[in-house]
Design a protein around this ligand. Structure first.
Ligand SMILES: Cc1cc2nc3c(=O)[nH]c(=O)nc-3n(C[C@H](O)[C@H](O)[C@H](O)COP(=O)(O)O)c2cc1C
Length: 355
């Protein structure tokens, strides 16, 4: 087999990618009132269209799933129309773009929400930690209420509807955000899921929400090849904790492997440094690896067959033309964390391409 590197064209079920570089989903907090993506987001994503695939910032499937300041959703006509402009511009530049569906579950504050509804979670356990609100500054996460068993199909159907909305808006596919301590990971994890019904209490029951959500998204899309999933086993972010993450994610990956998804996207975090080696052999489809990759470590991972795609996050914020800079050996601009989540164009669309 010829040596694969970051610049080798790839294939994600159904379409060709010009390289093996994926731009990671990144919340940038520039949405307008009503959780509508802003006009500058068109420019932001288009500047980065040279990635083999862009995955959007986390986007709420329904108002109840939104917890952060200035983050977008995809459940109203205004939101869908704004996303349409973004997908159209990225496609016109020859890129591909997936929508990331992110339901925050118990991570959020009422000052950031566009609904009076309380946060919902598998169990009524407040997540330790604070988040930014534009009205009140830093605030503790709100106390969530536990979802009734009878409500869970409704939450899953919101993901299905958001999948239909995403495809109607022109996305090439939709990624289920099952990482970073948000709702799906709250169901997967023993620390946040104390349920005693069909959605908690045993490993198989903790997996059920994610599996049923994927199944509903696949039905909504009419094909599994447009649905991806992101996981971050053992990531401690957002006060998430699991007694045995290797067991949990081994079982999850074995369960989803036959589904024929577009890809499995795994974020490696320090508690399990060999998570790719554990999960890659269990998964039959396309495997995308992310977490602090560089040009050299990305190429090494691909050529060793450890992954099919490499996901880059922070470097794409400050290097819109990252693939060309890597390929030509051009210098990289350092990411600027002070503008990751600040409103307006500064630090968002003003990092120039040098290539
Ligand atoms: C500003 C910022 C926002 C992020 N927002 C999201 C998000 O909305 N959804 C998500 O799955 N991950 C999010 N992440 C995590 C990234 O997708 C990625 O997994 C992480 O940054 C590790 O990759 P890197 O080391 O190449 O940056 C975010 C990361 C950053 C830096």
């Amino acid at each position: 087999m010829p040596d694969v590197n970051l610049f080798t064209p790839g294939r994600i079920n159904g379409f060709e990618t010009r390289n093996r570089m994926i731009m990671a989903p990144m919340t940038r907090s520039r949405a307008n009132a009503g959780a509508v993506p802003s006009e500058i987001a068109i420019e932001y994503y288009t500047q980065r269209a040279a990635a083999g695939l862009i995955i959007t910032e986390g986007t709420a499937p329904a108002a109840a799933g939104l917890g952060y300041a200035r983050t977008p959703s995809i459940h109203t006509p205004d939101q869908i129309n704004a996303w349409k402009k973004i997908t159209g511009a990225v496609h016109a530049s020859g890129g591909h773009i997936f929508l990331q569906l992110m339901h925050v579950g118990r991570i959020g504050h009422s000052a950031n929400r566009i609904t009076e509804e309380l946060l919902v979670a598998p169990s009524s356990i407040r997540a330790a930690g604070q988040m930014w609100t534009d009205k009140l500054g830093m605030q503790d996460n709100d106390m969530p209420r536990a979802l009734e068993t009878s409500e869970i199909p409704g939450v899953i159907s919101q993901y299905a509807q958001a999948t239909r909305n995403g495809l109607a808006a022109g996305f090439d596919g939709v990624e289920l955000h099952s990482a970073s301590g948000y709702l799906p990971m709250q169901f997967l994890s023993t620390g946040s899921n104390h349920r005693t019904d069909g959605y908690g209490g045993s490993l198989q029951k903790r997996l059920r929400f994610v599996i049923e959500t994927l199944e509903a998204m696949i039905r909504a899309a009419g094909t599994s090849s447009r649905i991806g999933i992101k996981i971050s086993p053992a990531m401690p972010f957002n006060d998430i904790q699991d007694d045995n993450p290797v067991e949990t994610y081994t079982a999850l990956v074995e369960a989803i492997s036959p589904m024929g998804l577009a890809y499995l996207h795994v974020l490696r975090t320090p508690p399990i440094p060999n998570i790719f080696e554990i999960l890659r052999p269990l998964y039959k489809g396309i495997f995308a690896a992310g977490g602090a990759f560089t040009l050299n470590s990305g190429n090494a991972m691909l050529s060793a067959g450890g992954a099919d795609f490499i996901v880059f996050g922070k470097l794409f914020t400050s290097n819109p033309d990252l693939p060309t800079r890597f390929q030509k050996g051009l210098p990289l601009a350092d990411p600027d964390p002070t503008t990751f989540y600040s409103p307006g164009p500064k630090g968002y669309i003003d990092f120039p391409a040098v290539s």
